[in-house]
Design a protein around this ligand. Sequence first.
Ligand SMILES: [Zn+2]
Length: 302
Amino acid sequence: MRLKVFLALVVTIGVAITANVAGAQELGPDFKKLKDGIFVYSQKPADSNATIILTSEGVVLIDSGHRPPDSVALGGAVKKLTSQPVRYLINSEPHTDHTVGHWMFSAPAVIIAHAGATESMKQGLDPERVRKTVAEYSTLQEIKNFRPIWPHIEFHDRMTLHVGDRSFELQFLKSVHSEADTAIWMPNERIVFAAASVGVKRFSNLRPFVKITDTLEAIKMMRGLNPEIVVPGHGPPGTVKILDEMENYYTLLLERVGAMVKQGKSLDEIKKDLRMPETEDWEGKDRFPNNIEGAYRAVSGK
Ligand SMILES: [Zn+2]
């Protein structure tokens, strides 16, 4: 008799769990399944990616969506996939397009970022923009709880996180995009999340502190992991080709700018004269002059 009750319970739980398991198709066209239990929300190529990772002991998220509706979609997808809570939210970088959605997950998720992320987020906080965000998305029911949320944990250089049956190796990427960029490596699944160190056929905005030489080092480090899948901060996930393409671009850019500096050309002349036919089909061409500035800093040792 007791066994029967027990079996009935097992069956009920089994049904409850399977009812919660959705596939990528059921999540809609914005989600791509990378591997079993790993789904990336990659809505538009220019927008930030966010990834849902199911583990045997709860959910891990990487970034929280480009805009509030993306964060709400992400939250909805988690609910379709599992009844377990989001336990950890890892930030690949502190900029708003990766962190605006923290309010959707911060209770109970623990937010993890590299040192410097909180300061960067606080500096980037514009109360007027927060007010506008809330007004713009006022039709979203969830927006009433909107508030900026800072990381709960900041790590230095490296951190390993074990959650259920999965492991995450977090590594700081110095001077590649923001003040606190993190590559996330899942060694068993062979997936690397490259943050905004690389894009896909898209010029990056190289802020004055960004170093192309450090970016090339970061690419080398990530390729050395021998990943099967590379997920950039923005743009469709792919293979190691994403790393190769960015590496080729920056190497060529350094070579060409270096040669022009040797000829005695000024930065302005280089900006006027330099052609890069290899990147004809890339997006964000308005950032090309800024990329030349980055290469100029690198070759002239500034
Ligand atoms: Zn950014």
